[in-house]
Design a protein around this ligand. Sequence first.
Ligand code: PRX
Length: 635
Amino acid sequence: MSSFKIKSFEEYEQAYQKSVEAPEEFWGEIASTFRWQKKWDKVLEWNFTDPDVKWFVGGKTNITENCLDRHLEKNANTLAYIWEPNNPNDATVKYTYRELHEKVCRFANVLKKHGAKKGDRICIYMPMIPELAIAVLACARIGAVHSVVFGGFSAHSIADRIQDAQCSMVITADGGVRGNKEIPLKSVMDDALELCPSVKKVIVLTKTKTPVYMLRNRDFWWDEELQTVGADCPAEPMDAEDILFILYTSGSTGKPKGVLHTVGGYMVFAQYTFENVFQYEQPEIFFCTADIGWITGHSYIVYGPLLSGATSVLFEGIPTFPDAGRFWDIVQKHRVTTLYTAPTAIRSLMAAGLKYVNGKDLSSLKKLGSVGEPINEEAWHWYHDNIGKGNCPIVDTWWQTETGGILISAIAGITPLKPGFASLPLPGIQPCLVDEKGDVIEGNGVSGNLCIKFPWPGIIRTTYGDHERCRTTYFSTYKNMYFTGDGCMRDEDGYYRITGRVDDVINVSGHRIGTAEVENAINMHTGVVESAVVGFPHDIKGQGIYAYVITEKAPSDENLMRQDILMTVSRIIGPIAKPDKIQFVSGLPKTRSGKIMRRILRKVAEGDIANLGDTSTLLDPTVVDAIKAGAIKSS
Ligand code: PRX
């Protein structure tokens, strides 16, 4: 285990201070514990104006050598993954580091055989099975850039992502299962590929034995291809600033953007944050319930744990199948020590009741984690009392796709906790709160927009193919600062509490959804003239999606029209973006310059119609009365 593990609050304070006073020395020492093919010439070069951030400049490494090869000498027989299938009656599959290494190298050779090389983009669309991690690592092994697309996205969304990155290859499976649902992955991918001429090869894993279409010379079976290659695959030497992956995420405008991370900095940051926040020690069993299709899975199922030589549970299914006790069954079965999940899952399991928890042996648990959205106090206490039995610290980890790893979080067992607070910044992270004018708000007991004023190794480098978009989205709102898009308060003790997005991004069950994206999808529906989408508080999901829709003529059957719109959104984005409520309106509250006053729509969606504030600047204030009258109440 590494030498940078913080072991006391004093050590945290010392590390923090050093990281601010001498950041290059601080991160240089941590990076020295990794395997490099060539050491870096300079730890950091940066400016937030262009922006241009480079870590470990001139260094060469391959992240898979650090995830796999470096553990082979002493820990080859340690388990890397314990795979828990969707159906609890199916067999668990376990992979040691040696086995994982071999599987990654072989599959990397399959990719090479089909022409993949350093810098090529490869789209991965797979279920939560070990082969997904193997595919990700095989790309990294040969220096290809992976772009993992979550299994719940539609053909249309996949096509957008493949086209944006100009992927030349796709890795998928015939199908996947989650709970009772089967997803015909290859068939969805085939629809996407109609729009993606850049894709020359598709590797298909047999998983569900769903019949699939296999196009000669384009589509190849994973298992058959493996028979044709050897197990030896030297790791491609990668520059620290070569691209490791692209991961698409939603913003307040336009289509999802490809957040780009590079090899060296991401690697150092993923391991540093994993080991410190979770205080991981072998032989602990770490269970992150996220999907590898999201950043949490990238950093804390694949890279962070493997870099640390940890043993992780990889779970194919969902928390409520076959019943709402599934997480607790998994904890009991695999003696999980650390459970890292999302508030939305906690709230839904809390709603299911303690009968699913009672009688389960959760005594192996030592640490709990939360990620993706603010955790309300009720859920925090339920998690703490009933799952952690009052003696497991909860780390509420705040971070983003763009940050690569955790930025603000307690360190398990070390930082004193406060429910609802992400607590303190990790070493290397310099947060600040900024007011509307862009002035930094000093002192404690204050609120503002959360920015970070100094780079950390895992920071986003660019948005793929559109650097200007990266600059305007994150680095131009406030000079010389990275703007997170989150609102935040810092209490009297300097503890940070994230209050939610301040832009037009909705956080539904911990998934980021752009209002503009949903509006564009709704507007594609025949008969729709215009729409406006806002978030509203939702008991289980955190936020729900509320859509106001203007139609050409009043729908003859409103419910059917609602169902049709939901179908359209599902086809265009995916089921996760389906609005919870659709209100048909005859007009939207617009200013004289034509801007929709979303503040009013948010208030109505929240049910707070008594306090709509000043509506006198509206072009037609009477639309507000009509909207209020037709508001869909919470059930
Ligand atoms: O609003 C914040 C919320 O999730 C956003 C980032 O979403 P995404 O890039 O999908 O990454 C999610 C997993 C890291 C943030 O801007 N968020 C994330 N973690 C927390 C959070 N809000 C409050 N508390 C958290 N712990």
